[in-house]
Design a protein around this ligand. Structure first.
Ligand SMILES: NC(=O)c1ccc[n+]([C@@H]2O[C@H](COP(=O)([O-])OP(=O)(O)OC[C@H]3O[C@@H](n4cnc5c(N)ncnc54)[C@H](O)[C@@H]3O)[C@@H](O)[C@H]2O)c1
Length: 346
């Protein structure tokens, strides 16, 4: 397939492209290269004849329209977004403009292209979203595809808005859309403002490892490779108009995952003081959701997908990747906000 991937210089988008190129897909990566992007994530594929890149902002409707018409995609996989909850608290405007207006621009471009091509039935618009749109769970229960939307941060509210827009273009204009909502991803090439790479980077640089509140917030961790395999399946086999929840079946409190990372570092680069001595509890993020957990039985029953990567093995490999790719981390160090927890301004 000819796939237009937005946000392909980010963490999940680049993993998607690295997975899809060897499968024979032809990919155009559209990315505006924000602070969170890293084109070197694509070094494994960027010389491939089936890969190309265009620096375009999805806020720029004209350029998006032009690119879609020129490339003639069989599908659009929409991952471009502002993604860091902490930053959305400090400065929501970029989230509104990129995640809501940018998605609208892309839907308009996709729709006018699809109509011009006489509505090909095999065209797909796959929108990649988050479980955070469903809000916070109590001790029990799981998010299903029918869970009520209840976003609580500017980030999750902007993603919820984009999900609604995508579904509206499906229901109102018959655009062949698909939506996925996944849990927290981890793995190599993740920008070091997100929990796991931030912990690893601060630990090895002898800095505080900040943790919000009492550290008991629970996330369901999904390896990025499992996630992108699910996205490819949804693209190939998903039922038009459907939503699929994607989870890792790995619920862990933040403090548990940080301690696991510290234990791995104690084994890999031992020193006198255990790394966990660097853990520092900091005041909680406003509106911090307590628990996310995904029921992924629909994608499992309908499309035969299951997460395959064991969390302990996945974390160990992830730590090793960051240790072996220190240059990648060093190159990002000068970027604003790295190594800090933000969103503490109220
Ligand atoms: N990382 C997770 O755990 C997670 C979980 C659930 C859902 N998601 C969703 O998956 C998608 C990808 O997440 P990620 O973690 O890879 O994000 P990321 O922050 O690593 O990458 C986002 C990419 O989008 C690009 N981008 C941002 N604004 C843009 C704009 N206006 N125009 C063009 N490109 C722009 C950036 O340059 C970057 O390359 C997002 O839509 C996010 O909401 C992520």
């Amino acid at each position: 397939m000819k796939l237009l991937v937005t946000g392909g210089a980010g963490f999940i988008g680049s993993a998607f492209i690295r997975e899809a190129i060897p499968l024979g897909h032809k990919i155009l990566n559209l990315d505006s290269l924000t602070y969170a992007s890293c084109l070197s994530n694509l070094i494994p594929v960027d010389n491939h004849k089936n890969y190309s890149f265009k620096k375009i902002d999805i806020k720029d409707r004209k350029s998006v329209n032009k690119l879609v018409e020129l490339f003639c995609p069989d599908a659009i996989i929409h991952l471009a977004a502002e993604t860091h909850v902490d930053r959305s608290i400090d400065s929501p405007i970029d989230f509104i403009e990129t995640n809501i207006l940018g998605t609208y621009n892309l839907l308009e471009a996709a729709y006018s292209f699809w109509v011009k091509k006489k509505r090909p039935s095999n065209f797909r618009f796959l929108h990649v979203s988050t479980d955070e749109v469903f809000g916070s769970l109590g001790k029990d229960g799981f998010f299903t595809e029918d869970s009520k939307y209840s976003p609580r941060s500017p980030y999750s509210a902007s993603k919820a808005s984009s999900d609604h827009l995508v579904r509206a273009w499906g229901d109102t204009y018959d655009l062949p859309i698909l939506v996925t909502n996944c849990s927290n991803n981890y793995g190599p090439y993740q920008f070091p403002e997100k929990l796991i790479p931030l912990v690893i980077m601060n630990a090895i640089n002898n800095k505080d490892i900040p943790i919000y509140g009492d550290g008991k917030n629970i996330r369901d961790w999904l390896h990025v490779t499992d996630h992108v395999k699910a996205l490819i399946l949804v693209l190939e086999l998903g039922e038009i108009g459907s939503t699929y929840n994607i989870g890792g079946n790995n619920e862990l409190e933040n403090i548990q995952i940080i301690k696991k990372l510290c234990n791995i570092l104690d084994q890999k680069i031992p020193r006198e003081d255990p790394y966990s001595n660097q853990i520092k509890f900091v005041s909680d993020r406003p509106g911090h959701d307590m628990r996310y957990a995904i029921d992924f039985s629909k994608i499992s029953n309908d499309l035969g997908w299951q997460p395959k990567i064991n969390i302990d093995k996945g974390l160990e490999e992830t730590v090793l990747w960051y240790l072996n790719n220190n240059e990648w981390l060093e190159n990002l160090k000068s970027r604003d906000g790295i190594g800090k927890r933000l969103g503490n301004n109220s």
